[in-house]
Design a protein around this ligand. Structure first.
Ligand code: MTE
Length: 320
């Protein structure tokens, strides 16, 4: 293992978001030697060129915001996906040849329907919905993204968690041959991990996204499947998911493990709780132009009517 465990790393060595963004010591492995051909699959059958292909039977959702979405270019060229580099333009370049097929999802822990699912079989039982959501990154920028996805609540229900399941944990693929950023010793403790409480995961808003702009999800945005939780900072939206585990205890989450004083488990968008190194009161809308004024950040990213009740009795200043 090239990456040291947190116990071996002095706090002064832990790299923060903004340091990451300046650092360019990633191995620029370029194209990854992937499998030559796509494995046959249900989605690929409907959409022969899975690289830029429309998804069938996508319905609109009442949960979509009325704001105009960012351009396809903004959404697919300004990304955070450290498995493919730390620069905003790295994922589009270094994930270009990533092959998100074949792909399996392991379901583990306190649930009745545990096991290994082929990605297409996993998605097939659910309706594809377009959900146009604001995304607020903890770095104080935002976008509006027309995701296509399946309801996480519906997925959780179908997997039948037992009464012991209090949290849902997610993990990204861990394969440094296919994800060159995972070879960096200056990076996160791979694989990227995230988690939600069961109450959060069964709220109607979160989705597992498999597309955007009506098309198959681009690699840089987390193909073939990633989490979207619109009232939380973007880092909760884990990409390239290969494992879902129902747990009794709060699962470890990547940014919280790396910098617990800066990134909390809940990570609800909150303009009143500043990041220790910058204000969270306002945000820069990507694509608005360099002269555009920053706009005020909204509590729960504007989704409070749907989710504020989940945190009744919790001090949001402490449980950030
Ligand atoms: N998931 C993985 N596996 N690796 C990452 O580096 N970055 C997170 C999140 N999911 C990240 C990830 C962060 S910090 C943000 S802001 C969003 O993905 C960005 O999603 P986007 O690039 O699709 O806009």
């Amino acid at each position: 293992m090239l990456i040291r465990k947190p116990a071996d790393v002095r706090p002064s060595e832990i790299t923060s978001y903004d340091n990451y963004l300046n650092r360019r010591d990633f191995m620029r492995a370029g194209a990854i030697a992937g499998g030559a051909l796509l494995a046959p699959s249900a989605l690929a059958a409907v959409v022969p060129d899975a690289k830029r292909a429309r998804l069938p039977d996508v319905s609109e959702s009442p949960y979509s915001t009325g704001e105009s979405p960012n351009s396809y270019e903004d959404i697919t060229t300004y990304n955070n996906y450290y498995e493919f580099g730390t620069g905003k333009d790295d994922p589009a370049v270094h994930a270009r040849d990533f092959e998100p097929r074949p792909w399996t999802i392991e379901v583990e822990g306190h649930a009745e329907k545990t096991g290994t699912y082929d990605f297409d079989d996993f998605v097939k039982p659910f309706d594809l919905e377009e959900r146009i959501y604001r995304m607020r990154c903890v770095e104080a920028w935002s976008m509006v993204i027309p995701w296509v996805g399946i309801s996480l609540a519906a997925v959780v229900k179908r997997l039948r968690p037992t009464s012991k399941a209090r949290y849902v944990a997610f993990e990204t693929l861990h394969d440094a041959r296919r994800m060159p950023g995972q070879r960096s010793r200056w990076s996160l403790d791979w694989p990227y991990r995230e988690g939600l409480t069961i109450a959060e995961a069964t709220n109607p808003l979160p989705i597992l996204a498999v597309g955007l702009y009506g098309e198959v999800l681009p690699n840089q945005n987390g193909a073939p499947i990633r989490l979207v939780v619109p009232w939380k900072y973007g880092f909760k939206g884990i990409k390239g998911i290969v494992r879902i585990r129902f747990t009794e205890r709060q699962p470890p989450c990547s940014w919280n493990m790396a910098q617990p004083r800066e990134y909390g488990f809940y990570a609800n968008v909150n303009p009143d709780v500043d990041h220790p190194r910058w204000s969270q009161a306002r945000e820069r809308r990507i694509g608005a132009g360099i002269f555009a004024e920053k706009q005020p950040t909204l509590m729960f990213n504007g989704y409070g009517e749907h989710v504020a009740h989940l945190y009744d009795g919790l001090d949001l200043r402490l449980n950030y």
